[in-house]
Design a protein. Structure first.
Length: 290
């Protein structure tokens, strides 16, 4: 195994530092089961919380700025917001899983509109490809494609373990060639598709060795094209080339800085720093590449 990422901070997010634990709670900069993460062009950080049914916004120095949301099914409520992404329009698109919708907000938290999802769905991940976006459905084992008018235009996949089939798909990523990468969590693998939905390749199997997974969750494509994936059941992250070749790993189970309990969302900033949502430790950790 090759380790090349080093911990910068395991923080409560209200104060940057090196605390081994973040604060469990519902105050500013506190978390209860954080899940997704997104970074805007200014380096501001957006984090979705399943436990608090809200979104928190922090600046590039990891200082708390704002939060919005509560449990509910009305215009100000969320029910298990899992993932989020910045759209090309500059707005924040939030997967409101329990309400089976995508909530579109401005970056100050004002709700602009809703994108309904199928009534039987249990959505998780979201990613943009230009003006289009994909949403993963871990109940129906499909990927939904929405156009620039936010209309559902096609679906990809069905239940199973063959090529192009899924079991509880979660994180999504799109590369510069518009290829779609799907974290096929229940099958412990990553699948790759053309923009037209044609299967290209897959890699991974159950295990704890290099390139193996136990219920992987988040995925992000870094500035140099590398794939960063949170391997939730193994309490670590792994790095791969765009072809799926193992490159490095980091983490391990625990509560100290650099350790994880069920890591989820993952993102990389313009400097190559790695942000990982450490869900069951109720914190976000930041790593720097060597």
């Amino acid at each position: 195994m090759n380790v090349r990422y080093f911990i910068l901070a395991a923080v409560a997010m209200i104060l940057a530092g090196s605390a081994a634990r973040a604060d469990f709670g519902d105050g500013p900069g506190e978390f209860i089961f954080p899940s997704g993460i997104a970074l805007d062009r200014d380096g501001n950080i957006y984090i979705s919380e399943i436990g608090n049914d809200r979104i928190q916004k922090l600046d590039a120095d990891q200082q708390w700025m704002n939060s919005w949301g509560r449990f509910g099914r009305d215009s100000t409520g969320f029910d298990d917001p899992t993932s989020l992404a910045l759209g090309p329009d500059g707005n924040l698109y939030i997967v409101d899983s329990g309400n089976r919708r995508v909530v579109v907000c401005d970056t100050a938290g004002k709700v602009l509109l809703y994108v309904p999802l199928p009534d039987s769905s249990k959505p998780w991940g979201i990613v943009f490809a230009d003006d289009y976006f994909y949403v993963s459905d871990r109940r129906n084992n499909q990927i939904y494609l929405f156009n620039q008018n936010r209309n559902l235009i096609s679906t990809l996949g069905q239940t199973g373990s063959m090529e192009g089939q899924f079991l509880q798909p979660r994180g999504l990523a799109v590369d510069a060639a518009k290829r779609l990468y799907v974290v096929d969590a229940g099958n412990n693998r990553i699948q790759v598709f053309t923009p037209e939905g044609v299967f290209i390749r897959s890699w991974g199997s159950y295990g704890e060795g290099d390139g193996e997974f136990d219920n992987p969750s988040g995925i992000f494509i870094g500035p140099s094209g590398q794939l960063m994936i949170t391997d939730s059941g193994n309490d670590r992250f792994q790095e791969f080339t765009s072809e799926g070749l193992f490159a490095s790993y980091g983490g391990g189970p625990g509560t100290e800085p650099g350790q994880f309990l069920n890591p989820g969302g993952i993102a990389v900033d313009g400097k190559g720093n790695l942000y990982i949502v450490d869900t069951d430790n109720h914190r976000v950790q930041v790593f720097s590449a060597q």
